[in-house]
Design a binder for this molecule. Structure first.
Ligand code: PFF
Length: 447
């Protein structure tokens, strides 16, 4: 159980930790390639709508649950079962989240490992065709399982060390330094990219929706991405909510986190697409490799490029670390409570499981590239199952629990919302809009 010594000091620690969880590879690596694959503007608009209409109420609800429970998601749900008399099946929500976290971590660390490797791999200064070099370099990198296993393992070990040290020391302290530096650097890069690349094409690609591109798969991908980028639906934010100070204003906190997260994703798009459109070797639909093929080209030719590129990939890896720790925190906190074992043991067990599972995603780049589940590679299947199904399903049940099952007055009081009009809007979003939209997307996608 979180006792008082575990409550984070000051409002900023929670904001930074939650923003640290939200801002990660999902914004910098995933958002641009998802937008690229799903037709640009059409995807971006649906994504933004999902952030506001679903992400906002679900994030508030998750923090509220965690704050009331002051424990890991599983124990938080148990507390609701015993104090509020809800069905004991709700405990499954905690379990389900822990499982989704492990599954996401397994492939997240494969890509975070690649960013670690890229710290040491800028395009050589004498390269004749930097964008072709970059494409070839990634192709070569992904065809070497041993190399990928090395970086995947290193990233998971770093994640486990931080989580073993504990949430306040391990997570709070790291984030205070990296988040502001990352913001500063991506803004600089986006300015550079706008001046040297095809900014107009990039802007119209990202913001001029071509509605003919909207299909059920675009919609479900956009909703999945909204959940993934905000770390919602699996208990990560709930687990952090357990450490939030009692008096912290939830609305302001959540608005800021959502703003920061969306800002970083859009800026990442503004860094990547001007370069993509300026180099025929690069294509917006490249998929997960887009970021790794494009970014080194952005650095090529700028002064101190080796240094700038290393610094950038260090920051991306750190942003990924501040997200990966939140993927494993709910499971760790639960094992600590349940089995009375140390965080170190818990983290070793969970980290090894994620490592093993990650091998499947990693090898789907090379050795098992032809292996398919429902006509998807192992990696695509894991990605689809977690982002497009498990996270939205988790979010749906969170909204149903807070909107329908718990007593309205209790929620209102705990949330400390005083303004009646705002409360009405909030509860309307939580009760109707978010669940109906999630439900519709599922129905639309499956039939
Ligand atoms: N939000 C993280 C990112 O955008 O990189 C990824 C993530 C972290 C997803 C934690 C889910 C989660 F619970």
């Amino acid at each position: 159980m979180a006792n008082n010594s575990k409550i984070w000091k000051g409002n900023w620690t929670f904001i930074l930790a939650a923003a640290g969880s939200a801002v990660g590879l999902g914004n910098i690596w995933k958002f641009p390639y998802m937008a690229g694959e799903n037709g640009g503007g059409a995807f971006v608009i649906i994504y933004l709508a999902c952030i506001v209409l679903i992400g906002f109420p679900v994030m508030m609800s998750e923090i509220f649950l965690g704050k009331y429970g002051r424990s890991s998601p599983v124990y938080t749900m148990k507390k609701f079962v015993s104090l509020k008399g809800i069905s004991s099946y709700w405990v499954l929500l905690g379990w389900f989240g822990g499982l989704a976290g492990l599954m996401i971590l397994s492939y997240y660390s494969v890509f975070a490992g690649i960013s670690l490797a890229y710290i040491f791999s800028p395009i050589p200064a004498d390269s004749m065709n930097p964008s072709q070099y970059s494409v070839d370099f990634f192709a070569q990198f992904q065809s070497s399982p041993m190399r990928m296993i090395f970086w995947h393992s290193l990233f998971l070990i770093l994640t486990c060390i931080i989580v073993a040290r504990g949430v306040v020391d391990g997570i709070g302290a790291t984030i205070k330094v990296i988040m502001p530096t990352l913001f500063f650097l991506i803004i600089l890069l986006s300015i550079y990219s706008s001046f040297t690349g095809e900014i107009e094409k990039a802007i119209s690609f990202l913001f001029m929706p071509d509605f003919s591109k909207i299909s059920s798969s675009v919609i479900i991908s956009a909703m999945g991405q909204a959940f993934f980028t905000l770390s919602l639906g699996m208990g990560a934010i709930m687990a952090y909510g357990a450490y939030i100070p009692e008096e912290q204003n939830l609305t302001k906190t959540v608005s800021l986190i959502i703003f920061l997260d969306t800002f970083v994703a859009i800026i990442a798009g503004i860094i990547i697409f001007p370069i993509v459109f300026a180099n025929p070797e690069l294509t917006p639909t490249a998929g997960p490799s887009l970021f790794f093929e494009t970014l080194p080209v952005a650095f090529y030719g700028i002064p101190f490029s080796f240094f700038a590129s290393a610094l950038f990939f260090i920051l991306v890896s750190l942003a990924a670390l501040s997200s990966s720790v939140s993927l494993i925190e709910p499971g760790t906190a639960w094992m600590e409570d349940r089995f009375k074992i140390s965080r170190t043991y818990a983290v070793i067990i969970l980290g090894s499981t994620a490592w093993l599972l990650g091998l499947g995603s990693l090898l789907s780049f090379n050795i098992i590239a032809d292996f398919q589940i429902f006509s998807m590679s192992f990696l695509d299947f894991m990605d689809f199952l977690t982002n497009s199904i498990m996270l939205p399903l988790g979010g749906l049940f969170i909204a149903l629990l807070v909107g329908w099952i718990l007593e309205e007055n209790f929620v209102k009081q705990e949330m400390k919302i005083k303004n009646e009009i705002y409360w009405k809007i909030w509860i309307y979003l939580t009760r109707y809009i978010a669940p109906i939209l999630i439900g519709l997307v599922f129905i639309f996608a499956l039939f």
